[in-house]
Design a protein around this ligand. Sequence first.
Ligand code: TYM
Length: 358
Amino acid sequence: MSSAASAVQTPKTFAPRIFSGIQPSGGLTLGNYLGALKRFVEKQDEGIETIYCLVDLHAITVWQDPKVLRQQTREAAAGFIAAGIDPKRSILFNQSQVSAHAELGWIFNCVARMGWMSRMTQWKDKTAGKNAEAASLGLFAYPALMAADILAYHATMVPVGEDQRQHLELTRDIAIKFNNDYDVDFFPVVEPVIEGVATRVMSLRDGTKKMSKSDPSDQTRINLTDDADTIAAKIRKAKTDPKPLPDSIDGLKDRPEARNLVNIYAALAGHSVDQVIRDFAGAQFGTFKPALADLAVATLSPITAEMSRLMADAAEIDRILADGADRADALAQPILEQVFDITGMIRSRRKPSTAFQG
Ligand code: TYM
């Protein structure tokens, strides 16, 4: 396509398609559940085409014990299904089973610029105070592989928590640069879908830090595998301040721990923060925390129970992942073949039907 021709063409429209992923580098947390998983289920139930991926290639950007990684990948798959992902309606698979991710990731390593990668706050955070020279090259290139995850499917929408915003901006930049460099209108410019009251669930011990599966202290997070007593104990011991709950949202300003617990309550109950404030205005944490613990247990216990039931049959989980990977591969492979054509790779071993038609 000449640049004159591309200049007058209207941009291609892409069918709505959702892609998102979670690293199986630790157990799933309440942050993953409220910020991602619960919303993945909502998107599936809205009837949009949904593709969900356990990104095991991303997980090994920091060393993982192979046995534990396999276990955690199955556990995450069980968590998705237990939370309401239907592997017939959504595509659910692990990244390493679909080679298009790694292949397109390489192409994007050649599109993304070193400067873009060095400005990624997650790279800076993960290497802060440590020897960056000792970090893996994969950790540095991480966001290019993430762009490949999304763009290998021409996905248009990506539901994530707030911490992934910058990575999605980079995905947009990579798509735009690829389209410009090769003078094609090939990759969509994706929309981040960062919605709801729980896009940033904070640590139970420090309301200024994100709840994370990699935090050394288990007391900072609720895991989807925690039993009812553990959940209640963690909420009881969560850091708070001495004041009662305020009667307006403004009253949560400069009270990060109180705000976090109120947000968690709202997200679990499916209420607005306003509603929660109205219901608990003036209440002490001695009243609010048990109510939150009851709600958390009522919501999470059925998921935990279903997860452990599913985990008893590893072969069945592997079968579901294989089926998801076959369906994902069928979508990604023709797109990847077109990328190889666009970039000038000879593909004389493949069937002619997959060639790029400009
Ligand atoms: P990961 O595995 O850290 O987290 C998975 C999802 O959970 C969200 N999340 C949270 N949301 C709210 N509060 C929290 N405390 C919290 N912790 C985690 C994350 O925002 C994310 O949506 N790079 C990604 C994985 C990835 C991906 C992708 C995502 C790889 N390829 C392609 C989307 C599309 C990550 O490390 O997420």
